[in-house]
Write a protein that binds this ligand. Structure first.
Ligand code: SF4
Length: 180
């Protein structure tokens, strides 16, 4: 059984890769598709860190295109986090499902399921909808229990750890706090 794992960043890949490899799935391939990461230099930092992790751990990864314009087309007019984030998750998962179906993977999933900062239930719903649309299974499991351990492992391995979710909006939300 072959799984295509959408990877948002190297630290979030650690837990699902360790948990699923050789168990539920004989083969796991990462799929790095994140045009939501801005600016471009931040994207390069996250991609480099996944390249290092992939090489060190013999984890094959497809580094997909950086079509930043596609991200902005998806969220234009929906910039509030309540509507922006579901559009961002859908865009990334849709590309993963479509790629996985074309390349004959048995299932797809995402490292977003590791993060306590993302809406688990909404991601599950989107994954199941895309599973029907592209006729490829969506592997769902709440993987948040491994988040802290993976962050510690990333720190130990000197993997780049981001300070904000990804897009310019999240960067502003992270730093634009009223002075105390
Ligand atoms: S905050 Fe994160 S999930 Fe939401 S739109 Fe920005 S990058 Fe995407």
């Amino acid at each position: 059984m072959k799984l295509l794992l959408h990877v948002c960043c190297a630290p979030c890949a650690i837990h699902p890769f360790a948990e699923l490899r050789g168990r539920e799935y004989k083969e796991i391939t990462g799929f790095f598709y994140n045009p939501n990461i801005h600016p471009y230099t931040e994207f390069i930092n996250r991609r480099k860190s996944l390249e290092e992790y992939s090489e060190k751990n013999k984890f094959p990864v497809v580094f997909h295109k950086y079509d930043m314009e596609n991200y902005f087309r998806h969220v234009a007019g929906h910039e509030g986090p309540g509507t922006r984030c579901p559009r961002c998750w859908r865009m990334r998962l849709e590309e993963t499902a479509s790629f996985g179906a074309q390349k004959d993977y048995d299932a797809f999933t995402t490292t977003l399921l590791v993060s306590p900062y993302q809406d688990q239930e909404m991601i599950r719903k989107i994954g199941l909808e895309l599973s029907k649309k592209y006729r490829i299974d969506f592997f769902y499991r709440d993987l948040r229990d491994g988040f802290r351990k993976a962050q510690d492992a990333a720190r130990k391995d000197n993997l780049y750890r981001q300070k904000y979710c990804g897009c310019v909006y999240s960067e502003k939300e992270r730093y634009d706090k009223p002075a105390k």
